[in-house]
Each structure stands twice: as C-alpha cells, then as structure tokens.
Design a protein around this ligand. Structure first.
Ligand code: MSK
Length: 647
C-alpha cells in the first residue's frame, strides 16, 4: 500500500515518506504486516481459562462447536463483549477518580498548585449531590462534593446520582429493565466475575450487564471526570487554535502532551509560561517554549487554554518523525509502546508520568497532585536540555489549520440563547422548522485499518451537507478540525442552506468540538437539555439524533457507543464490530435492543452508507414527531437574525 493510502492528511503522508526512506516502522506499516486474527476479531475465541483457548468456528452447515467447559458461541461472544465494555468503563472511571481525588486534595489544602476555577459549576454540582451550600465556604462544599464523587465508585446499593440527570422516561425505562448502575467499581468488578469461567452463561443477561456497566461510564465515571475537571480547570468557552504538525516550531523547545488526564498537562502549560523556564530555554538558543498536544490530553488543554493540537491518535509516532519534539509527556491511554524507539531514531525524550503506565525505554517522572508543578518544571527542564542537543536538525511539514473549539454544554446554551436567557430553545425551534434536520454525535479514534481521517471527514461532510448539526469529541474532532470543518468561514461551504443559515446567525461552525473522550458526557447532557426544552418528544430516543464512530479502535469507544445506545441514541460503528462472528449476539445489539431501549447499534464501514443510515433514522424520528414537512428555505436578513438572537 502506498503512503497516500495510509492517511487523508497530507502532513502525515509527507512524514511517512520520510519514515519509509529512513526504514522506520509506524503503526501504519505494522497494521499492514499484521493480518487480524479473524477468530479473535469476530469475538469467537475464548481464552478465559486454561482448558482452552477455544476457537468456536462453525464448519459449513454445522452448529458452532462448544468450548471445553460447554460454553456456547453465544455465551463466549457476549462474555468477550462485556469484558470490552468493562475495560472501556474502567479507563474512563479511573480518569474521573483521579479528578475527584484532586478536588479532595485541593479542598483539604494538601496542594497549592491547583485552585477551584469554576465555583458556579461546583455549586451546581453540589446541588445535584444534595450538598448544603448556604453559608459555607467553597472549600467545605468542594470537600463534600469530592467525597460524594469518590463514594460513587464504592457504592454497593442504590443508584448513581447522575442517573437523575437523564430524562424521566429514560430513567424509568432503565429501572424497569434493572440496568441502573449501583456503584461504578461494583459494576466493573461484577462484569469480570460474571465472565469468569462457569459463571453467567446467558448471553442476554451478560449483555444487559454490559448496558449497566456502560451507563456507569457515561452517566458515572466520564461525567464525573468532565464535571470535576471543569470545576478545577474551568468550563470551556470558545477558543481559537490551530491543528496539525505545522504547530510544531523548529526554533522553540517543543513539548507534546499526550494521553487523557489533564492533571499534569495543566501544570505543564502553567510552568511553560514561567519566566525562569522561558529564560532558560532562551539561554540555550530557543525562541520560547511551545506546548502542543496529541489525543485527548490535547483536547483537554485545547478546550481550556487554546493549546494547539499536533494531531490525533495516528499522529503520535508521526510527530516524532519531525525530529523537533524535544519531549513527549504521556499520561494514560492510547499511548503507543513504539514511541521511545522512534524518539531514539530521531530526537527527544518520552516521559511517562503515571505509575499505572510505564514504558521501557522512556524516562519516568512520577506525577501526583502533591508535586504537580515541580514535576512539570522538571520535565520542561529535560525538554530544554534535549533542545540544546537538537542543533538545526528536523523538518516540520507546513500544515496548520485554524479552527474554533471549546463548545461545552454551557457555551452552546449561551451562544444559542444569550447570557440571560441561555437555553436550547433556538436549536429546538430550528429543528422543528426544518432548517436543522437533526443532530449527530461523531466521535472516536483513528484506526490504521482505515485511511486515517477519511471515513470521519467523509461522514461529517455528508451530514452537514444534509443540514445535520455535528457534535464531536476525541480524535474524530481533530480529524474534522484538520479538514477545515471547524473553521466557521471555511466549513459553511460544506453545510446545507438551512444549517448554514443558523450557523451564520449564531456564529458557530456546523461541526462543534465538545472536547475529549470523557466529554462525550457533554453530548448526553446536551441531548437531555434538548428533551427538557420541549417540542421534540420526552426522551432522548425521540430526538432526530444519531451517533457514530467511523474509525474506532479502543475498548473505550465500545463502552461509549453502548451508553449512547442505552441512552436512546441510534449509533453506527465502522471498521469492524467485535460480535460479527455470532448472529444471536449481533442481532440482539443491532435489532432486539431497540425493543428494550428504543435505540440500537448498527455496523457500516462505508461512511457514505453510514451517513444514509443516520439521516434515514433522523428523518424517521422527524416523521414520528410530526415535523417532517418540507419547509421553504428562508434566507436570514438582519431583522430575522435579531429575532433569532432574541428568542
Ligand atoms: S484519544 S480513545 S484514540 S478518540 Fe481519546 Fe483518540 Fe480514541 Fe484514544
């Protein structure tokens, strides 16, 4: 395969040519060399005990064989699937736990490096948790909120508190089906127990627990991570930035922050502005210190500080190929083990920071909330030393695209309704009048089994052309930012007339960057706000809305998809799907789930077909709501713009 088939991003293609000449392998080459095991890929391999592994491949015209323990293929596929969801939930849950522990440390005065940045959000959270606020100082409120948040993990009975944020009809449905999560850790542990050899042998019972675990992610761990990070680091508001490898500056000390948890990267951003460190960098011949990001740590510091993005998941190795990255600081999740070897070939140091995520060949500087700023300073000093060794070497491809990010739920309500009448009313009205056909959440990773960014960008262009407003997070958001779809001027060229009119009037691009993977919880809140605003049914499943992850690869993506579906959102995944080797489990997810949850999964690797499925679903929902009549397209004049702003 040629390098141009590896990626739709010209910066990546250019750098991969360089890697090829240098004989350096990346994930793109490894994916080509590694044929996926079809048995594992389809979910029909069981390796949960030492009697196997058992490959449950059916011979033509025959029933699939059973495992040595007697497990059927249905059970094995459902067990494997539940383990995927549990691992995804665990990753997001631990992220939320780290944020809650930090909030507690701040409240207790155990760290001076962090402050509470959004007191208003803390107070709202306190009210949701039933914490007394009147007459109390902010630290006392924060302490109670942090303790309650941490209790959400170890709770044995009852319901997760954020469940009450969902539309009432959805809550009722979850209760009737017995899938309301009790405690986050409890559901993850139970998933591992149920899937242990000889425990849960009923595929539907296993899948219903997968729903419960997924809800403990979306309405639990991920939502806690987002809310508490907003309290500590500030709720995002629109910010202009740049994306792609061109944000790296050859004459600066370049530090890339990569992973998912922004606790340390917040400090790196802060320390990089300290006069002493800037002077130190200058004394070594650098013009300054440049921070850029990869993956969701990048999205976190982008949303709150406008820090530029060097790229998405498949660009982590590619960024090192430039030879100008002096340090890549990684925390947890989505970090490739090949990074130290590539840095060895080109330049720079890989610095691991979490006791949970070490890589041999990397420098480890352990970070915790008590030494945060000190650790950040130390690793910036290492980057400065590396810069001094770099000389004039390195090459940065000239690709950097301007875009707007920072669309939290709060920002969207403010932009739509204004400071004093913040609401989703104008969005709902424009959906009802047909200018906006519906809303889509497009999220998830890159995967070298797909030309990088191509499926995401093709899908999103199709959606906005058909007047569907797109909400994005994660690496999918970065793909669209690189393609210019988050630049209000450029992106409107791709939008349909109705969507374009509304975006122009409100001053937003047709594709909104809502943050990192845990910030998919912002999409749940936005969907709930649309329901509560009225006129579009009384449940998320009534909304003309759909979700997709066209290039997913991680277990977290499946957990996210599962909580989207369980929350009432029709969701389509591309690439492959981990149950395809078994009809029973696939049918349950792709069809039966709709009878139970009023939403279902779909699998479709072709992005144009994926768009058709999503638009068809949106149109069906419009019809059910009685808002499917075609509307005359009306061009906005100034009076109408003012009227829209005044709604
Ligand atoms: S970083 S989980 S590759 S979106 Fe959140 Fe990107 Fe997927 Fe990691």
């Amino acid at each position: 395969m040629s390098q141009s088939n590896y990626s739709a991003d010209p910066a990546v293609v250019e750098m991969l040519e360089r890697a090829k000449k240098d004989g350096v392998m990346t994930a793109f080459d490894r994916a080509e060399a590694m044929r996926p095991c079809p048995i594992g890929r389809d979910g029909i391999c069981c390796k949960l005990c030492a009697m196997g592994p058992c490959r449950l491949v059916a011979r033509k015209g025959e029933e699939p064989p059973r495992g040595v323990c007697g497990a059927t293929q249905d059970t094995v596929v459902a067990r494997n699937y539940l383990r995927i969801v549990a691992a995804g939930c665990a990753a997001h849950a631990d992220h939320g736990r780290a944020a809650a522990r930090l909030l507690l440390a701040v409240a207790n005065g155990e760290t001076r490096d962090y402050q509470i940045k959004d007191e208003m959000k803390l107070v709202k959270l306190a009210m949701d948790f039933g914490v007394e606020i009147s007459g109390r100082n902010i630290e006392d409120i924060a302490r109670d909120v942090a303790k309650i948040a941490l209790e959400e993990y170890g709770k044995q009975e009852g319901e997760l508190l954020f469940i009450k944020r969902a539309p009432l009809r959805r809550q009722q449905l979850w209760r009737e089906l017995g899938v309301v999560p009790r405690g986050i850790d409890r559901e993850i542990t139970e998933a591992l127990h149920r899937t242990h050899m000889g425990t849960d042998q009923d595929y539907e019972n296993l899948l219903l627990h997968a729903v419960r675990v997924a809800l403990a992610d979306g309405w639990g761990g991920s939502m806690l991570a987002t809310e508490i990070q907003d309290v500590l680091f500030g709720t995002p508001y629109p910010t202009v930035s740049q994306v792609n490898l061109g944000v790296l500056k050859p004459d600066h000390v370049n530090i890339i922050v990569h992973g998912h948890e922004p606790l340390l990267s917040e400090m790196v951003v802060l320390a990089s502005r300290e006069q002493r460190l800037v002077e130190l960098a200058r004394s070594k011949g650098a013009k300054g210190i440049n921070i850029a990001g990869i993956c969701c740590t990048a999205n976190e510091v982008l949303m709150r500080h406008g820090i530029p993005l060097a790229g998405n998941f498949l660009q982590q190795e590619v960024a090192l190929l430039t030879g100008v990255v002096d340090a890549m600081v990684v925390d947890v999740q989505c970090v490739m083990q090949s990074l130290p070897e590539i840095a060895e070939c080109y330049h720079g140091r890989i610095i691991t920071t979490s006791p949970k995520a070490k890589i041999s060949g990397a420098t480890h500087i352990e970070f915790n909330e008590h030494n945060a700023l000190e650790s950040a300073r130390k690793l910036i000093e290492i980057a400065i030393e590396e810069f001094a060794k770099r000389g004039g070497n390195g090459y940065v491809p000239n690709y950097a695209v301007d875009f707007v990010a920072g669309f939290s739920h709060e920002t969207i309500t403010y932009l739509l309704g204004g400071l004093f009448r913040a609401s989703y009313r104008p969005l709902n009205d424009n959906i009802i009048n047909g200018r906006i056909r519906g809303v889509a959440g497009v999220v998830g990773c890159n995967n070298p089994r797909v030309t990088q960014d191509s499926a995401i960008v093709t899908l999103v262009k199709e959606l906005i052309k058909n007047d569907v407003l797109v909400l994005e997070t994660g690496c999918a958001a970065m793909a669209c930012a690189k393609a210019g779809l988050m630049n209000p001027d450029e992106a409107l060229r791709y939008a349909g007339d109705g969507l374009g009119e509304v975006c122009e009037a409100v001053g937003i691009p047709p594709v909104l960057h809502m943050g990192s993977c845990v910030d998919n919880s912002r999409i749940l809140i936005a969907a709930t706000a649309m329901v509560k605003e009225g006129g579009l049914g009384d449940d998320i499943s009534d909304l003309p809305a759909a979700g997709a992850a066209p290039e997913w690869m991680s277990e977290k993506a499946i957990a996210i998809g599962m909580y989207f579906v369980a929350s009432g959102v029709f969701t389509v995944f591309g690439v492959h799907y981990p149950t395809l080797g078994n009809e029973t489990v696939s049918n349950w997810l792709f069809s039966d789930m709709e009878k139970l949850f009023k939403a279902k999964w779909a699998f479709e690797p072709d992005p144009e077909e994926m768009a058709k499925l999503m638009i068809k679903h949106i149109d069906e929902r419009r019809k059910a709501l009685g808002i499917d009549k075609a509307r005359e397209r009306i061009l906005f004049d100034m009076a109408m713009r003012r009227q829209l702003e005044a709604v």
